[in-house]
Design a protein around this ligand. Structure first.
Ligand SMILES: Cc1cc2nc3c(=O)[nH]c(=O)nc-3n(C[C@H](O)[C@H](O)[C@H](O)COP(=O)(O)O)c2cc1C
Length: 173
């Protein structure tokens, strides 16, 4: 199984990248490809820009990456209760290539933040809208207080309850 793991964040030190990579690694025997949305940077979407540029190669390439995967693990950064602008931009452009961005793939949706809210607001938005974008959401999990619950040195969760929950979710792939 080929899993595409990505953070909906453009931060080079993204905690969501750490979570997505760790989660994907829990699937035994899976081939994990980490995608960095910085490789798909485009001008801020507008219909005017779309008329000018058409469908940027980056949007088509992002869509193709999802298409080539058997499953997607995505972890959302929360900026002011919503998606990071960087991710939303990639998503908006890609949705103009094809609104079925996730192409019917099984998707695990995660989110984390340093605070107790665990980016649950953006995660709820993502899971709630997933059917419109042809994501077959197999499970979702918000990890609160990332730095308390994740061992950065080891690159793994250290909260037993969260580990068990995540393992259950990942076993659905
Ligand atoms: C502009 C901005 C807004 C933020 N808003 C929220 C928020 O609404 N909720 C939250 O839990 N964390 C918020 N944070 C903190 C992020 O959760 C934190 O920066 C986290 O590291 C982002 O994930 P990432 O490291 O994967 O990019 C915000 C951070 C920034 C820079």
């Amino acid at each position: 199984m080929k899993i595409l793991a990505l953070a909906a964040s453009s931060s080079s030190t993204s905690i969501n990248k750490q979570l997505a990579t760790y989660a994907a690694g829990l699937v035994a025997g899976a081939e994990v490809e980490a995608l960095d949305i910085n490789d798909y940077e485009m001008p801020i979407f507008s219909e005017d820009k779309e008329k000018e540029l058409g469908q940027p190669e980056q949007a088509k390439a992002f869509f193709q990456k999802i298409g080539e995967a058997d499953a997607v693990v995505i972890s959302y950064a929360e900026h002011n209760g919503s998606y990071s602008a960087a991710f939303k931009n990639v998503f908006d452009w890609t949705s103009r290539v094809d609104m079925k961005v996730y192409q019917g793939k099984p998707v695990i949706m995660l989110a984390t933040s340093p605070g107790p809210g665990g980016a649950a607001t953006v995660l709820a938005a993502a899971t709630g809208s997933a059917p419109y974008f042809a994501a077959e959401v197999k499970g979702s999990l918000s990890v609160p207080s990332f730095y308390d619950n994740f061992d950065i040195e080891k690159g793994e969760l250290r909260n037993e309850e969260l580990i068990a929950e995540l393992k259950t979710i990942m076993s659905t792939l």
